[in-house]
Design a protein around this ligand. Structure first.
Ligand SMILES: Cc1cc2nc3c(=O)[nH]c(=O)nc-3n(C[C@H](O)[C@H](O)[C@H](O)COP(=O)(O)O)c2cc1C
Length: 195
C-alpha cells in the first residue's frame, strides 16, 4: 500500500476512453491496474459504458447533475490520481472521454490539482500520439498534472497484446511500469505538500 508520510492512502481511478468490450485500451488499463497493484496501489476502475452518462448539455446541468454524472464526479473527486487509456479517433480523443471530462470540469472543476498517467493504444503507427497530445492540452486546461516523460504509445495494438489480454510487448510493458511509477511518485509528492 502506498501512503504519504502522514499515512494517508493514495487513491487512484482508472478510465478507458474506449467503450468497446474487447478494446485494446481497456486491456491496456487492466495491465496498468496490475502494475499499480504490484506497487501497492489499488485502482478503482470507472466504466464509462456502464455509467452511460448523457452528452453534456447545459440545460441538463441547470437542473442538477444526473445520477450517473454525480457518481462519476464523486469517484473522481475522492481520487488523488487518474490513469487514462485513450483511443485515437480521427487524430483526437474519443467523444466518450471528452464528454466525461466536460462533465467533470463544469461547475466545480473536479480534476483541479489531480495527477494523471495517460497512455493509449491504436492500430496505427503512431499509437495515439496525436490523441495524447490533445488529451494533455485538455487536462492542462483543467490544472491536471502530467509528468512530461515517460510517454507510452501502444502502436500496432493487434500485435501488442497476448490472448489473455495482457500487454505482451516487453518494451511497452517496461515503459508502462516507468510511467505508473513516476506518476505515483509525483502524486505522493503533491499530496504530501498539500497536507
Ligand atoms: C471513428 C474512428 C476513428 C479512428 N481514427 C483513428 C486515428 O485517427 N488514428 C489511429 O491510429 N486509429 C484510428 N482508429 C482506429 C483505432 O485505433 C482502433 O479502432 C482501436 O482499436 C480503437 O481503440 P480500442 O481498441 O480501445 O477500441 C479509429 C477508429 C474509429 C472507430
Amino acid at each position: 500500500m502506498v501512503m504519504t508520510k502522514e499515512k494517508s492512502i493514495l487513491r487512484v481511478v482508472g478510465i478507458s476512453g474506449s467503450l468497446r468490450r474487447e478494446s485494446f485500451n481497456r486491456k491496456a488499463l487492466q495491465t496498468a491496474k496490475k502494475i499499480a497493484l504490484e506497487m501497492g496501489v489499488d485502482v478503482d476502475e470507472i466504466d464509462l459504458k456502464e455509467l452511460n452518462i448523457p452528452m453534456y448539455d447545459g440545460d441538463i446541468e441547470s437542473n442538477g447533475f444526473p445520477d450517473a454524472v454525480q457518481r462519476l464526479r464523486n469517484k473522481v473527486e475522492s481520487a488523488d490520481m487518474l490513469i487514462i487509456a485513450t483511443p485515437e479517433y480521427n487524430h483526437s480523443i474519443s467523444g466518450a472521454l471528452k464528454n466525461a471530462i466536460d462533465w467533470l470540469s463544469t461547475g466545480k472543476n473536479i480534476l483541479d490539482g489531480k495527477t494523471a498517467a495517460i497512455f493509449g493504444a491504436s492500430n496505427g503507427l503512431f499509437g495515439t500520439m496525436r490523441a495524447q497530445a490533445h488529451l494533455r492540452q485538455i487536462l492542462n486546461a483543467l490544472n491536471v498534472i502530467i509528468a512530461p516523460q515517460p510517454q507510452l504509445f501502444i502502436r500496432s495494438a493487434k500485435e501488442a497484446f497476448a490472448l489473455d489480454g495482457s500487454l505482451s510487448d516487453q518494451k511497452l510493458f517496461l515503459q508502462m511500469q516507468k510511467l505508473i511509477k513516476k506518476t505515483i511518485e509525483l502524486t505522493v509528492l503533491i499530496k504530501e505538500n498539500k497536507q
